[in-house]
Design a protein around this ligand. Sequence first.
Ligand SMILES: CC(C)(COP(=O)(O)OP(=O)(O)OC[C@H]1O[C@@H](n2cnc3c(N)ncnc32)[C@H](O)[C@@H]1OP(=O)(O)O)[C@@H](O)C(=O)NCCC(=O)NCCS
Length: 187
Amino acid sequence: MSEELFFPVIETERLSLRPLVTDDSERLLEIFSDQEVMRYWNTAPWTTIQDSLDFIDESNESMRRQESLVLGVYLKSTGELAGKCMLFSYDKASKRAEIGFGLGRSCWGKGYINEAGEALIQYGFNSLGLRRIEAEIDPDNRASAKALEKLGFTQEGLLRQRWEINGVVSDSALYGRLVSDRVSSAV
Ligand SMILES: CC(C)(COP(=O)(O)OP(=O)(O)OC[C@H]1O[C@@H](n2cnc3c(N)ncnc32)[C@H](O)[C@@H]1OP(=O)(O)O)[C@@H](O)C(=O)NCCC(=O)NCCS
């Protein structure tokens, strides 16, 4: 596959999705050091600017290796970085990948993930040739479950006591959307 496929710029009405750059590191740290944003994440909140810089470097490396797509979500109106969304655990042979997203708290509840998520999903299906996109979330994460359902995902399973982070054990809910699924709520 051509390298550009893993470094796209995807435009929606209000948002621009594109690879993160070093200049994003401070805003990225602000978002992902927030305990509320990281409440249901499978890693601890970030603490230093190096966490941000490492994330940006590793993301770009994994895109160069064509293993994942990690894109910043920018507001077109102000240029502000709202958060990130990604397709990862890409399995080329099986034509599947996992989706994930996280936004800064000030950007929640504005329909941004509905808009960014659908654009990313369409890119995965149409440009990367995926047949299936899946997601794994903490079942207590109601915002994420609702966002996935609005994006046309179906809950396919529940894996009990799958994670232990800082001594807290949690289940995983698994969701999937196929390219052949009929989705009515897509933006
Ligand atoms: C999960 C997250 C990305 C959702 O993004 P968002 O842009 O706020 O979602 P949207 O505005 O597109 O909302 C999608 C739906 O979820 C609903 N929703 C949003 N937050 C909610 C909450 N806390 N509880 C219940 N429903 C919620 C919205 O009302 C909307 O449904 P509606 O259109 O019927 O009203 C965002 O809350 C976030 O970044 N959370 C922290 C990181 C995280 O947990 N990521 C997921 C881990 S995989």
